[in-house]
Design a protein around this ligand. Structure first.
Ligand code: HH2
Length: 283
């Protein structure tokens, strides 16, 4: 891959690690918000020390059935974190995980470099913000919304349909004036996919490299790992590392994880295995 994201040129096959910073408080009080901002800042700095290549900040949970968050509230959660990270001189590229145009605009103005949209630009207003800012963007595969996506997990040809729908997302971006060179594609593990479909998608994710764009994959702590192992969400690191290994062997360029240090170690070993195997065809 070759893509400028903020101050950094991401060049070569990677893998590059995107560290997850969730700014999603249970409390909506101001006190809760400040506590959350401090926690998010601490988490961001920890992930940078662990070797994250970029950070993904999110102010709304996309878990199935999660309560939707108003744009104003989402903005108030993430913008101060971006401002304070930039205020501390942190130069690591920052991604904003949002599907809302208003949140993306405010985050980009505050210093975010990349928009991570789990809906793959379903909203033309968000596409216009991305195009206007000249920002790179992650287009993830999703059907429906995070609230109702489970009812859309029906495929006759899983890989073929995901690839076709990602191509449609690329077309939406093109119509909005976003050049293809700025786009990263993501198959959306667990989004409108059953655990079994998620496993198939992960096993065959290398086939999506035919779409010609860098791939981002987010396996971290997801439900398919729980279904396979019985492990609760707080105890899925080992399963996550197996999935990280699969991503690296498949040539995935960007991997979204909560546990950066552990993922880096797994990725280093997997990369050595990939290189020893004479992997061909990496961009
Ligand atoms: N997964 C989650 C959120 N955002 N973005 C991309 N591009 N790809 C993903 O796989 C992805 C994503 C869900 O993970 P998490 O951040 O742990 O959960 P939540 O959305 O509940 O904060």
């Amino acid at each position: 891959m070759r893509l400028q994201i903020g101050a950094r040129l991401f060049e070569g096959p990677g893998p590059f690690l995107m560290g997850v910073v969730n700014v999603t408080p249970d409390s909506f009080s101001d006190g809760g918000r400040f506590l959350t901002i401090d926690a998010a800042l601490a988490q961001a700095e920890r992930l940078v020390e662990e070797g994250a290549d970029l950070l993904d900040l999110g102010g709304e949970s996309t878990r199935p059935g999660a309560a939707p968050v108003e744009a104003g509230e989402e903005r108030r959660r993430v913008v101060p974190v971006i401002e304070r990270l930039r205020g501390r001189g942190l130069r690591i590229p920052l991604s904003i995980d949002t599907s809302k145009a208003e949140v993306a605009r405010a985050a980009l103005e505050a210093g975010a470099d990349l928009v991570n949209d789990v809906t793959g630009l379903a909203d033309p207003a968000l596409a216009a913000v991305v195009a206007g800012a000249g920002a790179p963007v992650v287009l993830m595969h999703l059907r429906g919304t995070p609230a109702d996506m489970a009812s859309h997990a029906s495929y006759a040809d899983l890989l073929g349909e995901v690839a076709a729908e990602l191509r449609r997302a690329l077309a939406r971006a093109s119509v909005a004036g976003i050049p293809e060179e700025r786009i990263i594609l993501d198959p959306g593990l667990g989004f409108a996919k059953t655990p079994a479909q998620t496993v198939e998608l992960l096993a065959r994710v290398g086939e999506l490299r035919a779409l010609g764009r860098p791939l981002l994959v987010g396996p971290s702590r997801k439900r398919f790992i729980g279904e396979l192992t019985g492990a609760p969400v707080g105890d899925r690191l080992a399963g996550t590392l197996a999935a990280v290994t699969a991503c690296v062997l498949a040539g995935v360029e960007l991997i979204r994880v909560h546990d950066v240090a552990a993922a880096r170690q797994a990725a280093q070993v997997a990369l050595a295995l990939r290189n020893a195997g004479g992997w061909a065809g990496l961009r």
